[in-house]
Design a protein around this ligand. Structure first.
Ligand code: 1Q0
Length: 215
């Protein structure tokens, strides 16, 4: 029925959201960026309760950005480019240490941006994996190569425990709801370059403005 159809979740749809992120002149729309993350969180929560501790922080950050987007200065938050410019021009970013703007859009998005790199690396491993590959290992390798460098010991430990209870590759593919393994590989081959592009554009923007280490 239609109701069951609606509840069905497909990772394809989520990853497609990232395609909508790029404007004609390569600006990144915050609305779609945030929507992409919402979908990922939903996917993650469907893997089990253990993962809600991880997604909680993402949910928090998504909400901060949505509040800016819906706030009175929302027109400045349409793209990541305009957000960064607006916040820098108006001294709305804590640049050296946390102070009067601990939850700026720029520092909040940077956290999701770093996590997007993990996702990119993880999905690429998943795409090239074989039947006996372990999701926990792929996930941990991707994490150690990226996001972990920004996390203190206690978070790294907790993340490690979450990876340990990650479902296996077959369950993963099933929850993704894309079809057989071949379809998953095709879908990922399609989606990963889009995610990489969004990542790279954001990375360049932050690097140019010296914002990669925002507290
Ligand atoms: C599926 C398994 C997911 C494993 C996710 C790896 C990330 C683990 C680490 C997460 C720890 C989060 C706890 C809080 C961290 C914050 O301290 C940190 C910094 O923020 P702040 O304000 O203290 O400076 N926050 C972050 O680094 C943001 C991290 C957000 C992580 C969100 C991960 C959610 C990802 C979901 C995607 C799941 C999609 C799975 C796979 C799809 C493909 C099949």
């Amino acid at each position: 029925s239609a109701v069951i159809e609606e509840q069905k979740f497909s990772l394809q749809e989520v990853l497609d959201t990232f395609k909508l992120c790029l404007s004609e002149n390569q600006d990144v729309y915050v609305e779609h960026y945030v929507a992409g993350w919402r979908g990922l969180v939903k996917f993650m929560n469907s893997l089990g309760n253990v993962f809600t501790f991880i997604s909680k922080d993402a949910v928090n950050k998504i909400q901060i950005l949505v509040n800016f987007l819906n706030g009175e200065n929302g027109s400045h938050y349409v793209t990541i480019q305009s957000m960064v410019k607006y916040e820098l021009d108006n001294q709305l970013v804590d640049l050296e240490k946390r102070g009067s703007h601990p939850e700026s859009g720029s520092r909040t998005l940077l956290r999701l941006h770093r996590a997007l790199r993990w996702l990119e690396l993880f999905l690429e491993r998943l795409r090239t994996s074989t039947e006996d590959s372990k999701t926990s290992v792929m996930c941990a390798d991707a994490y150690n190569e990226s996001l972990s460098q920004h996390h203190p010991w206690v978070i790294r430990k907790a993340a490690g425990m979450a990876f340990y209870v990650l479902p296996g590759r077959p369950t993963f593919f099933e929850v993704m709801n894309v079809g057989g393994a071949e379809k998953v590989v095709d879908m990922l081959g399609d989606a990963i370059p889009m995610i990489s592009k969004v990542y790279q554009i954001t990375e360049d923007l932050y690097a140019q403005n010296n914002l990669l280490e925002l507290p």
